[in-house]
Design a protein around this ligand. Sequence first.
Ligand code: NAG
Ligand code: NAG
Length: 333
Amino acid sequence: MRATYKTLFGCVLISSVLVNALGSISAMLVGAGLGGVAVAAVYRYLLESENCNSKWTHFNSTGLEFDLDHKLFGQHVASRVILKAVTGFMNNKNPKKPLVLSLHGSTGTGKNFASELIAENIYKEGMASSFIHQFVSTVHFPHQRNIENYKSKLKQWIKGNVTICPRSIFIFDEMDKMQPGLIDSIKAYLDYYKNLDGISYRHAIFIFLSNAGGEKIMQVALDFWRAGRDREEMELKDLETALSLSVFNNKQSGFWHASLIDKNLVDFFVPFLPLEYKHVLLCGMAEMAAKGLKPNHDVATQMAREMIYTPKTEKLFSVKGCKTISSKLDYYT
Ligand SMILES: *[C@@H]1O[C@H](CO)[C@@H](O)[C@H](O)[C@H]1NC(C)=O
Ligand SMILES: *[C@@H]1O[C@H](CO)[C@@H](O)[C@H](O)[C@H]1NC(C)=O
Protein backbone atom coordinates (compact mmCIF):
# COMPACT_ATOMS: atom_id res chain seq x y z
CA MET A 1 0.00 0.00 0.00
CA ARG A 2 2.61 2.45 1.06
CA ALA A 3 4.79 1.36 -1.75
CA THR A 4 1.98 1.85 -4.22
CA TYR A 5 1.21 5.21 -2.75
CA LYS A 6 4.83 6.11 -2.85
CA THR A 7 5.09 4.92 -6.39
CA LEU A 8 1.97 6.72 -7.28
CA PHE A 9 3.21 9.81 -5.55
CA GLY A 10 6.54 9.35 -7.18
CA CYS A 11 4.88 9.06 -10.54
CA VAL A 12 2.80 12.11 -9.95
CA LEU A 13 5.83 13.91 -8.74
CA ILE A 14 7.92 12.78 -11.66
CA SER A 15 5.25 13.58 -14.19
CA SER A 16 4.66 17.01 -12.72
CA VAL A 17 8.36 17.62 -12.71
CA LEU A 18 8.36 16.38 -16.27
CA VAL A 19 5.50 18.64 -17.24
CA ASN A 20 7.14 21.53 -15.55
CA ALA A 21 10.42 20.70 -17.17
CA LEU A 22 8.83 20.25 -20.56
CA GLY A 23 6.94 23.46 -20.02
CA SER A 24 9.99 25.41 -19.24
CA ILE A 25 11.95 23.68 -21.97
CA SER A 26 9.30 24.53 -24.51
CA ALA A 27 9.12 28.00 -23.06
CA MET A 28 12.85 28.11 -23.42
CA LEU A 29 12.59 26.77 -26.95
CA VAL A 30 9.97 29.35 -27.84
CA GLY A 31 12.11 31.95 -26.17
CA ALA A 32 15.17 30.72 -27.96
CA GLY A 33 13.20 30.63 -31.18
CA LEU A 34 12.06 34.20 -30.77
CA GLY A 35 15.48 35.20 -29.65
CA GLY A 36 16.92 33.41 -32.63
CA VAL A 37 14.54 35.19 -34.97
CA ALA A 38 15.44 38.50 -33.38
CA VAL A 39 19.15 37.74 -33.56
CA ALA A 40 18.78 36.64 -37.15
CA ALA A 41 16.87 39.82 -37.97
CA VAL A 42 19.49 41.99 -36.34
CA TYR A 43 22.16 39.97 -38.07
CA ARG A 44 20.45 40.33 -41.43
CA TYR A 45 19.94 44.02 -40.81
CA LEU A 46 23.62 44.40 -40.04
CA LEU A 47 24.53 42.42 -43.15
CA GLU A 48 22.19 44.35 -45.38
CA SER A 49 22.74 47.83 -44.09
CA GLU A 50 25.73 49.73 -45.28
CA ASN A 51 28.85 49.28 -43.28
CA CYS A 52 32.29 50.80 -43.49
CA ASN A 53 33.94 47.54 -44.55
CA SER A 54 35.32 46.04 -47.72
CA LYS A 55 31.98 44.56 -48.66
CA TRP A 56 30.50 48.05 -48.98
CA THR A 57 33.52 50.12 -49.83
CA HIS A 58 35.59 48.46 -52.47
CA PHE A 59 37.36 50.28 -55.27
CA ASN A 60 36.74 49.00 -58.80
CA SER A 61 39.41 50.56 -61.01
CA THR A 62 38.27 48.83 -64.22
CA GLY A 63 34.76 50.07 -63.45
CA LEU A 64 35.99 53.64 -63.02
CA GLU A 65 38.02 53.46 -66.22
CA PHE A 66 35.07 52.07 -68.14
CA ASP A 67 32.68 54.71 -66.79
CA LEU A 68 35.05 57.62 -67.48
CA ASP A 69 35.61 56.35 -71.03
CA HIS A 70 31.99 55.62 -71.86
CA LYS A 71 29.82 57.90 -69.77
CA LEU A 72 31.72 61.15 -69.37
CA PHE A 73 31.71 62.86 -72.77
CA GLY A 74 34.43 65.08 -74.21
CA GLN A 75 36.72 65.00 -71.17
CA HIS A 76 39.75 62.98 -72.17
CA VAL A 77 42.13 65.09 -70.06
CA ALA A 78 39.98 65.05 -66.91
CA SER A 79 39.29 61.33 -67.32
CA ARG A 80 42.98 60.50 -67.42
CA VAL A 81 43.87 62.67 -64.44
CA ILE A 82 40.99 61.38 -62.32
CA LEU A 83 41.69 57.73 -63.09
CA LYS A 84 45.36 58.11 -62.26
CA ALA A 85 44.73 60.12 -59.10
CA VAL A 86 41.99 57.93 -57.66
CA THR A 87 43.60 54.63 -58.59
CA GLY A 88 46.94 55.65 -57.13
CA PHE A 89 45.32 56.81 -53.93
CA MET A 90 43.02 53.84 -53.48
CA ASN A 91 45.82 51.33 -54.11
CA ASN A 92 48.04 53.00 -51.54
CA LYS A 93 47.55 51.30 -48.17
CA ASN A 94 49.37 54.08 -46.36
CA PRO A 95 48.58 57.42 -47.94
CA LYS A 96 50.38 60.35 -46.32
CA LYS A 97 47.41 62.67 -46.71
CA PRO A 98 43.82 62.53 -47.92
CA LEU A 99 43.23 62.81 -51.65
CA VAL A 100 42.27 66.37 -52.59
CA LEU A 101 40.96 67.00 -56.09
CA SER A 102 39.96 70.35 -57.49
CA LEU A 103 37.74 70.10 -60.56
CA HIS A 104 37.49 73.17 -62.81
CA GLY A 105 35.41 74.05 -65.81
CA SER A 106 32.35 75.94 -66.90
CA THR A 107 28.77 74.88 -66.16
CA GLY A 108 27.53 71.53 -67.37
CA THR A 109 30.88 70.08 -68.38
CA GLY A 110 30.55 67.07 -66.06
CA LYS A 111 32.28 67.96 -62.78
CA ASN A 112 29.43 66.70 -60.63
CA PHE A 113 28.95 63.70 -62.86
CA ALA A 114 32.63 62.75 -62.65
CA SER A 115 32.39 62.91 -58.84
CA GLU A 116 29.42 60.56 -59.00
CA LEU A 117 31.38 58.10 -61.13
CA ILE A 118 34.15 58.10 -58.53
CA ALA A 119 31.63 57.43 -55.75
CA GLU A 120 29.89 54.70 -57.70
CA ASN A 121 33.13 52.81 -58.14
CA ILE A 122 34.09 53.04 -54.49
CA TYR A 123 30.80 52.51 -52.66
CA LYS A 124 28.41 49.69 -53.41
CA GLU A 125 25.60 52.14 -52.66
CA GLY A 126 27.07 54.77 -54.99
CA MET A 127 25.80 58.28 -54.43
CA ALA A 128 23.23 56.91 -51.97
CA SER A 129 26.05 55.82 -49.67
CA SER A 130 25.97 57.31 -46.21
CA PHE A 131 29.74 57.80 -46.47
CA ILE A 132 29.50 60.45 -49.15
CA HIS A 133 28.78 64.03 -48.12
CA GLN A 134 27.92 66.84 -50.43
CA PHE A 135 27.96 70.51 -49.57
CA VAL A 136 26.65 73.21 -51.85
CA SER A 137 27.88 76.63 -50.77
CA THR A 138 24.70 78.55 -51.55
CA VAL A 139 22.53 75.91 -49.89
CA HIS A 140 24.51 74.83 -46.85
CA PHE A 141 26.48 78.00 -46.09
CA PRO A 142 24.49 80.90 -47.53
CA HIS A 143 24.88 83.69 -44.98
CA GLN A 144 28.06 85.59 -44.30
CA ARG A 145 26.92 86.42 -40.79
CA ASN A 146 26.66 82.76 -39.80
CA ILE A 147 30.19 81.92 -40.82
CA GLU A 148 31.41 81.07 -37.33
CA ASN A 149 28.51 78.69 -36.90
CA TYR A 150 29.17 77.07 -40.30
CA LYS A 151 32.83 76.65 -39.47
CA SER A 152 32.25 74.73 -36.28
CA LYS A 153 29.45 72.67 -37.83
CA LEU A 154 31.52 71.72 -40.84
CA LYS A 155 34.49 70.71 -38.71
CA GLN A 156 32.21 68.64 -36.51
CA TRP A 157 30.61 66.91 -39.50
CA ILE A 158 33.89 66.01 -41.12
CA LYS A 159 35.34 64.77 -37.85
CA GLY A 160 32.20 62.81 -36.95
CA ASN A 161 31.88 61.18 -40.34
CA VAL A 162 35.54 60.27 -40.70
CA THR A 163 35.32 58.71 -37.24
CA ILE A 164 32.46 56.53 -38.48
CA CYS A 165 34.17 55.76 -41.78
CA PRO A 166 37.74 56.74 -42.65
CA ARG A 167 36.92 56.11 -46.29
CA SER A 168 34.53 59.03 -46.57
CA ILE A 169 34.13 61.38 -49.52
CA PHE A 170 33.37 65.09 -49.11
CA ILE A 171 32.26 67.04 -52.15
CA PHE A 172 32.15 70.84 -52.04
CA ASP A 173 30.13 72.31 -54.88
CA GLU A 174 30.15 75.97 -55.97
CA MET A 175 33.51 76.67 -54.43
CA ASP A 176 33.55 80.05 -56.20
CA LYS A 177 30.72 81.12 -53.93
CA MET A 178 32.19 79.68 -50.76
CA GLN A 179 33.28 82.10 -48.09
CA PRO A 180 37.06 81.78 -47.94
CA GLY A 181 37.24 81.48 -44.16
CA LEU A 182 35.18 78.33 -44.27
CA ILE A 183 37.72 76.34 -46.23
CA ASP A 184 40.50 77.74 -44.05
CA SER A 185 38.78 76.15 -41.08
CA ILE A 186 39.11 72.64 -42.49
CA LYS A 187 42.60 72.99 -43.94
CA ALA A 188 44.14 70.86 -41.21
CA TYR A 189 42.06 67.90 -42.35
CA LEU A 190 43.56 68.09 -45.85
CA ASP A 191 47.12 68.17 -44.58
CA TYR A 192 49.85 65.61 -43.92
CA TYR A 193 49.00 64.94 -40.27
CA LYS A 194 49.21 61.39 -39.05
CA ASN A 195 46.22 62.11 -36.89
CA LEU A 196 44.35 64.97 -35.27
CA ASP A 197 42.92 64.28 -31.83
CA GLY A 198 43.37 60.58 -32.50
CA ILE A 199 41.57 60.60 -35.82
CA SER A 200 43.31 60.02 -39.14
CA TYR A 201 41.89 61.76 -42.20
CA ARG A 202 44.36 60.13 -44.58
CA HIS A 203 41.87 57.76 -46.20
CA ALA A 204 39.28 60.41 -46.96
CA ILE A 205 38.71 62.06 -50.33
CA PHE A 206 37.90 65.76 -50.71
CA ILE A 207 36.58 67.02 -54.04
CA PHE A 208 36.17 70.74 -54.77
CA LEU A 209 34.07 71.81 -57.73
CA SER A 210 34.22 75.26 -59.24
CA ASN A 211 33.79 77.27 -62.41
CA ALA A 212 37.05 79.08 -61.72
CA GLY A 213 39.39 78.87 -64.66
CA GLY A 214 36.53 77.82 -66.95
CA GLU A 215 36.94 80.77 -69.29
CA LYS A 216 40.69 80.28 -69.58
CA ILE A 217 40.21 76.60 -70.31
CA MET A 218 37.70 77.54 -73.00
CA GLN A 219 40.21 79.94 -74.53
CA VAL A 220 42.83 77.18 -74.77
CA ALA A 221 40.32 74.84 -76.41
CA LEU A 222 39.32 77.58 -78.82
CA ASP A 223 42.95 78.32 -79.74
CA PHE A 224 43.44 74.63 -80.41
CA TRP A 225 40.44 74.54 -82.69
CA ARG A 226 41.44 77.72 -84.51
CA ALA A 227 44.90 76.27 -85.08
CA GLY A 228 43.22 73.30 -86.76
CA ARG A 229 44.42 70.92 -84.09
CA ASP A 230 42.51 67.92 -82.84
CA ARG A 231 40.85 68.40 -79.45
CA GLU A 232 42.03 64.95 -78.39
CA GLU A 233 45.63 66.10 -78.76
CA MET A 234 45.15 68.50 -75.89
CA GLU A 235 47.12 67.49 -72.82
CA LEU A 236 47.16 68.51 -69.20
CA LYS A 237 50.29 70.58 -69.75
CA ASP A 238 48.47 72.65 -72.39
CA LEU A 239 45.93 73.60 -69.74
CA GLU A 240 48.21 74.08 -66.79
CA THR A 241 48.65 77.80 -67.31
CA ALA A 242 44.89 78.15 -67.44
CA LEU A 243 44.76 76.43 -64.07
CA SER A 244 47.65 78.33 -62.57
CA LEU A 245 47.71 80.27 -59.37
CA SER A 246 47.66 83.61 -61.18
CA VAL A 247 44.25 82.78 -62.61
CA PHE A 248 42.76 81.86 -59.27
CA ASN A 249 44.37 84.68 -57.45
CA ASN A 250 41.91 87.25 -58.62
CA LYS A 251 39.08 88.03 -56.27
CA GLN A 252 36.38 86.96 -58.65
CA SER A 253 37.27 83.33 -58.98
CA GLY A 254 37.69 82.87 -55.26
CA PHE A 255 41.01 83.29 -53.55
CA TRP A 256 40.29 80.27 -51.39
CA HIS A 257 42.65 78.48 -53.71
CA ALA A 258 45.59 80.59 -52.72
CA SER A 259 45.94 79.17 -49.24
CA LEU A 260 45.37 75.60 -50.40
CA ILE A 261 47.90 75.99 -53.22
CA ASP A 262 50.39 77.67 -50.93
CA LYS A 263 50.53 74.63 -48.76
CA ASN A 264 50.27 72.16 -51.66
CA LEU A 265 47.14 70.67 -50.19
CA VAL A 266 45.44 70.14 -53.54
CA ASP A 267 46.88 67.02 -55.17
CA PHE A 268 45.35 67.44 -58.61
CA PHE A 269 43.78 70.29 -60.52
CA VAL A 270 41.48 68.76 -63.09
CA PRO A 271 40.42 70.78 -66.14
CA PHE A 272 37.03 70.16 -67.76
CA LEU A 273 36.85 71.22 -71.40
CA PRO A 274 33.91 73.08 -72.89
CA LEU A 275 31.52 70.75 -74.71
CA GLU A 276 30.81 70.81 -78.42
CA TYR A 277 27.63 70.02 -80.31
CA LYS A 278 28.61 66.36 -80.80
CA HIS A 279 29.08 65.92 -77.04
CA VAL A 280 25.70 67.47 -76.28
CA LEU A 281 24.21 65.01 -78.74
CA LEU A 282 25.83 62.13 -76.85
CA CYS A 283 24.50 63.51 -73.56
CA GLY A 284 21.01 63.53 -75.07
CA MET A 285 21.26 59.91 -76.18
CA ALA A 286 22.68 58.83 -72.81
CA GLU A 287 19.97 60.72 -70.94
CA MET A 288 17.24 58.90 -72.84
CA ALA A 289 18.86 55.55 -72.07
CA ALA A 290 19.20 56.54 -68.41
CA LYS A 291 15.49 57.36 -68.28
CA GLY A 292 14.61 53.99 -69.74
CA LEU A 293 13.61 55.44 -73.12
CA LYS A 294 14.78 54.16 -76.49
CA PRO A 295 17.51 56.60 -77.56
CA ASN A 296 16.13 58.63 -80.44
CA HIS A 297 18.64 60.43 -82.63
CA ASP A 298 16.13 62.97 -83.92
CA VAL A 299 15.14 64.04 -80.44
CA ALA A 300 18.80 64.27 -79.38
CA THR A 301 19.57 66.36 -82.47
CA GLN A 302 16.72 68.71 -81.75
CA MET A 303 17.79 69.18 -78.14
CA ALA A 304 21.42 69.75 -79.11
CA ARG A 305 20.40 72.32 -81.72
CA GLU A 306 18.43 74.29 -79.16
CA MET A 307 21.45 74.88 -76.96
CA ILE A 308 23.31 78.17 -77.20
CA TYR A 309 26.85 78.01 -78.50
CA THR A 310 29.77 80.36 -78.04
CA PRO A 311 31.75 82.31 -79.26
CA LYS A 312 29.37 84.22 -81.49
CA THR A 313 31.49 83.73 -84.60
CA GLU A 314 32.22 80.02 -84.44
CA LYS A 315 29.37 78.79 -82.24
CA LEU A 316 31.60 76.00 -81.05
CA PHE A 317 30.96 75.36 -77.36
CA SER A 318 27.69 74.85 -75.57
CA VAL A 319 27.33 77.66 -73.04
CA LYS A 320 25.60 75.41 -70.53
CA GLY A 321 27.39 72.23 -71.53
CA CYS A 322 24.96 69.35 -71.03
CA LYS A 323 23.32 70.95 -68.04
CA THR A 324 19.76 71.49 -69.25
CA ILE A 325 19.53 68.31 -71.32
CA SER A 326 17.71 66.36 -68.65
CA SER A 327 14.94 68.93 -68.24
CA LYS A 328 14.68 69.47 -72.01
CA LEU A 329 14.09 65.75 -72.41
CA ASP A 330 11.16 65.92 -70.00
CA TYR A 331 9.67 68.47 -72.32
CA TYR A 332 10.09 66.27 -75.40
CA THR A 333 8.74 63.05 -73.95
C1 NAG B 1 33.90 46.44 -61.86
O1 NAG B 1 33.34 47.16 -62.93
C2 NAG B 1 33.16 46.40 -64.10
C3 NAG B 1 32.74 47.34 -65.22
O2 NAG B 1 31.68 48.18 -64.83
C4 NAG B 1 32.14 45.31 -63.82
O3 NAG B 1 31.94 44.53 -64.99
C5 NAG B 1 32.64 44.46 -62.69
O4 NAG B 1 31.67 43.51 -62.33
C6 NAG B 1 32.98 45.31 -61.47
N1 NAG B 1 33.64 44.49 -60.47
C7 NAG B 1 33.25 44.45 -59.20
C8 NAG B 1 34.05 43.60 -58.30
O5 NAG B 1 32.27 45.09 -58.80
C1 NAG C 1 27.92 63.62 -41.21
O1 NAG C 1 27.67 64.64 -42.16
C2 NAG C 1 26.31 65.02 -42.27
C3 NAG C 1 26.24 66.06 -43.37
O2 NAG C 1 26.52 65.46 -44.60
C4 NAG C 1 25.81 65.56 -40.96
O3 NAG C 1 24.45 65.89 -41.07
C5 NAG C 1 26.01 64.51 -39.88
O4 NAG C 1 25.63 65.04 -38.64
C6 NAG C 1 27.46 64.07 -39.83
N1 NAG C 1 27.61 62.97 -38.88
C7 NAG C 1 28.37 63.07 -37.80
C8 NAG C 1 28.42 61.84 -36.95
O5 NAG C 1 28.98 64.07 -37.51
